[in-house]
Design a protein around this ligand. Structure first.
Ligand code: BGC
Length: 816
């Protein structure tokens, strides 16, 4: 018998020996970061840690919001940053380094990468995600997964699915049509699952089309398991489980993090009532044991971690990901200029976002430190220029500005560091505007009056309003560059490296231009994705909108020319030449456009890319292969992807708006079973995606939309902020207290993640975190009290509390 067969047999032997209660107990987490161990059956716990761009291993108090300290680790640039490299080899290297660090700290599962689609630039977690495009997101996520798992731990892709906003993320229902779901929101996960083979996947907090994501049979069984062949473990997001039994029926392996043993009792009761079969439980446990075996294989890898090498890789990642957005020739600097370095971010960089991904970085570089080393007395001075959170008094602001202007007048050029502050980029909160803080804009404007040679160094993990470009001769966008970001930026500014990053998202001129903008208000708890497929460049292309910068855009210190496109059966071939005087790299992009189709389509879609390193004057032949995604479209009537027969335009270029080569090709294929009708879906066919009315959206969905009525009383699925509409005095008092505390932290521009999380958390989630101390019945009792039935609620709480304790003790004994 082979080793694998042996292990499988061992797995099914264990399964046979377990009691039903033990089985049930294994299906939920056993601590903030652990699954449940069963020592007497020889079953260890799996240890989880966050870490999409750096490990966050907590050893003291565990929390999932980045509040308590974690062990020092390397902070790499975030996913939004590395996405701009379009470099799967680099993504894999970063993944491997993350995996190595996680392995060296005894972690089994790394909770990342996140690959949700950037539906709107406002999503507070965009810095953790890759792109507005699913193909690019999927390819990069797959590369991270391969790297992480080669590095010695298991990767957990997240958040499956349609988790594109933070506001009310735990109670939200994302209403999305089937084609957008399949072609946009799931394609990245499909690529990550099939090409990366992650051992774990985390479901999202939100519902998808009215069903909690991990209880959604279409998402979890039909697509993930049957269609994509996923055989790994599924964990819920922390506190994101609702009906544990339905989750198990959809093959959710673990309800996380720590509901305690009442969750096991729920499973037993469901079996007794005939609602759940032991076979369904066993299916989940087989996934779990497979994961334990995979973790055990990983644990044997010994990986020494060298912090200096990790730091160097973090620097390389930023160097190859920063995007040069504007340059009239002022960059690269020669080193002969006298420089005034202005901006708070030069001293205290913004290099990562807040929330569960927060890394306790080992060594953070600053631009002030880097430039003073490099320039000596050519750096004539540094000044903060503005207060980080714009909270200065008028007098202090004027003083700061005076000092900045004084330096700017003396210097031959100004490097101005600006961007978004901490509050703007955090889990749990979305932004309300694209604008950079007013204080920064004002200072920049005044600096431009006294010194025309302004170089803007931008730090932000998501799209910002780039009207500030007017005041600068060059703009270098570092996104969130990780702990070594400043060093990389200094190399780029001084031409030791040539910028090669290209934007993985479009930069619109106004927030109101973004396709989802008209649909930003929720209807009840529903976020209606009426824009459907028209996200990012898929919309801007069709609407013909002028942008600050298109998807795929980025400048270099050299230039590239393209020639001779040929379309072959297997892919496209062309030549790219470095026609400038410096070595550099070009990211060539392949877009495909269907010239005839029975359904509405975006103008073109990204279907391939290649990063080509070229010495000055060098030319290379490039081949980008087609794959199963190149020509496919989702046929809702058949319930699968098909390739439509017909003509296609093949476009190759330097960005979505700078297409250098074009050709046409004919593909044999199939016909859509039921074409979409132009007259029934006029705005979808014309691309006027901001003008879709309810009726048209309902036609696209093929069903009526609902606006769930609010019940008079608070229910277990309601979020804590709903306390405001309660009739109970206690509830309203708690609400007022919470609101006051939230306002206070917003005024200080310091996100209080604990509060934000609690505010948006549904009542049911309290018991998912409570290590079994809070049973769902106790939550019901609290709700009774909050609904104004203080005595009945209090009594129930007391009695249920006693009962829960008694049962927990009994259950714990049974597991010992
Ligand atoms: C986040 C996840 C994270 C988990 C554990 C949740 O709030 O949404 O991305 O992995 O916490 O920290």
């Amino acid at each position: 018998m082979s080793q694998i067969q042996n292990k499988r047999k061992a797995g099914s032997d264990v399964l046979r020996r377990l009691t039903l209660f033990e089985k049930a107990a294994l299906l939920s987490g056993g601590g903030a970061w652990k699954s449940r161990a069963l020592p007497r059956r020889g079953l260890p716990a799996l240890f989880f840690s966050d870490g999409p761009h750096g490990l966050r291993k907590q050893e003291g108090i565990g929390d999932h919001l980045g509040l308590h300290a974690s062990r020092p680790a390397t902070c790499f640039p975030t996913a939004a940053t590395v996405a701009n490299s379009w470099d799967t080899e680099l993504a894999e290297a970063v993944g491997e380094a993350l995996g190595n660090e996680a392995r060296s700290q005894g972690v089994d599962v790394l909770l990342g990468p996140g690959l949700n689609i950037k539906r709107s630039p406002l999503c507070g977690r965009n810095f953790e995600y890759f792109s507005e495009d699913p193909y690019l997101s999927g390819k990069l996520a797959a590369a991270y997964v391969r790297g992480i798992q080669r590095g010695g731990v298991l990767a957990c892709v997240k958040h499956y699915a349609v988790n594109s906003q933070e506001f009310r993320r735990m109670t939200l229902n994302a209403v999305v049509d089937e084609r957008a779901l399949r072609e946009l929101y799931l394609t990245g996960f499909e690529i990550a699952v099939k090409e990366g083979k992650p051992a774990a996947l985390m479901t999202s907090y939100n519902q998808v089309n009215g069903i909690q994501s991990n209880e959604n049979p279409q998402l979890m069984l039909d697509i993930l398991r049957d269609e994509w062949g996923y055989d790994g473990m599924v964990v819920t997001d922390w506190g994101g489980s609702d009906d544990h039994i339905r989750g198990i029926q959809c093959r959710t392996t673990l309800e996380m993090p720590n509901p305690g043993l009442y969750a096991a009792r729920e499973v037993l009761r469901a079996v007794e009532r005939g609602e759940l079969s032991e076979a369904e439980i066993d299916v989940c446990l087989k996934d779990y044991f497979r994961t334990l075996r995979r973790a055990a294989v990983q644990a044997k890898k010994a990986v020494p971690v060298d912090p200096l090498r990790q730091h160097a890789l973090a620097r390389r990642a930023e160097r190859e990901s920063a995007v040069l957005l504007k340059n009239d020739g002022i960059l690269p600097l020669s080193g002969e200029e006298t420089v005034a370095l202005i901006g708070d971010f030069a001293f205290m960089p913004r290099y990562q976002g807040a929330g569960s991904s927060l890394v306790n970085s080992r060594r953070v570089e600053t631009l002030a430190g880097q430039l003073s080393q490099r320039l000596g007395n050519k750096l004539i001075g540094c000044a903060s220029g503005y207060a980080r959170h714009g909270d200065d008094s008028k007098r202090r602001a004027a003083k700061r500005l005076r000092r900045a202007l004084k330096l700017a007048r003396k210097a031959s050029c100004v490097i101005f560091c600006c961007g978004l502050d901490e509050m703007a980029e955090t889990e749990g909160l979305d932004r309300k505007t694209l604008a950079l803080p007013a204080a920064q804009r004002r200072v920049l404007h005044s600096l431009a009056d006294v010194n025309p040679n302004i170089i803007l160094v931008l730090s932000a993990g998501s799209v910002v309003d780039l009207s500030v470009e007017r005041d600068a001769r060059a703009v270098l966008h570092g996104y969130l560059g990780g702990e070594a970001g400043a060093g990389a930026m200094s190399e780029l500014l001084y031409g030791e490296a040539t910028p090669m990053g290209k934007l993985a998202e479009s930069y619109p001129r106004a927030l109101s231009d973004t396709p989802a903008y008209p649909y930003r208000k929720l209807r009840g708890n529903c976020a209606e994705y009426r824009e459907s497929l028209y996200v990012g460049y898929r919309y801007y292309d069709r609407a013909g909108l002028s942008l600050y910068h298109p998807f795929g855009f980025g400048l270099s210190y050299t230039s590239f020319s393209y020639r001779d496109l040929t379309v072959e059966a297997e892919g496209v071939r062309f030549f790219v030449k470095n026609s400038g005087a410096r070595d550099g790299a070009e990211i060539a992009q392949l877009y495909i456009s269907a010239l005839e189709s029975a359904v509405f389509r975006p103008e073109k879609e990204l279907k391939g890319f290649a990063k080509i390193f070229l010495k000055a004057g060098e030319e290379k032949e490039v081949f980008i292969p087609f794959d199963d995604k190149s020509f496919r479209v989702y046929d809702s009537a058949r319930g699968c992807f098909i390739e439509e027969e017909g003509r296609y335009r093949i476009l190759v270029g330097a960005s979505a708006a700078d297409l250098r080569l074009a050709a046409e090709t004919e593909r044999g294929g199939e016909r859509m079973l039921i074409p979409q009708e132009k007259k029934r879906l006029p705005h979808y066919f014309s691309g006027a995606a901001q003008q879709v009315g309810r009726t048209e959206f309902e036609r696209l969905l093929g069903r009526k939309t609902e606006r769930p009525a609010l019940a008079g009383e608070l229910l277990r699925g309601d979020a804590v902020h709903e306390l405001r509409r309660s009739r109970g005095l206690l509830a309203r008092l708690i609400y007022r207290g919470l609101q006051r505390a939230l306002n206070k932290s917003a005024a200080k521009r310091e996100p209080n993640l604990n509060l934000i999380f609690t505010y948006h958390m549904p009542f049911r989630a309290f018991s998912k975190f409570g290590s079994g101390r809070i049973s769902p019945e106790m939550t019901e009792a609290v709700l009774l009290m909050l609904n104004g039935h203080l005595i009945a609620g209090g009594r129930k709480f007391f009695l249920e509390g006693l009962k829960n304790r008694r049962e927990n003790r009994r259950n714990e004994r049974a597991l010992r």
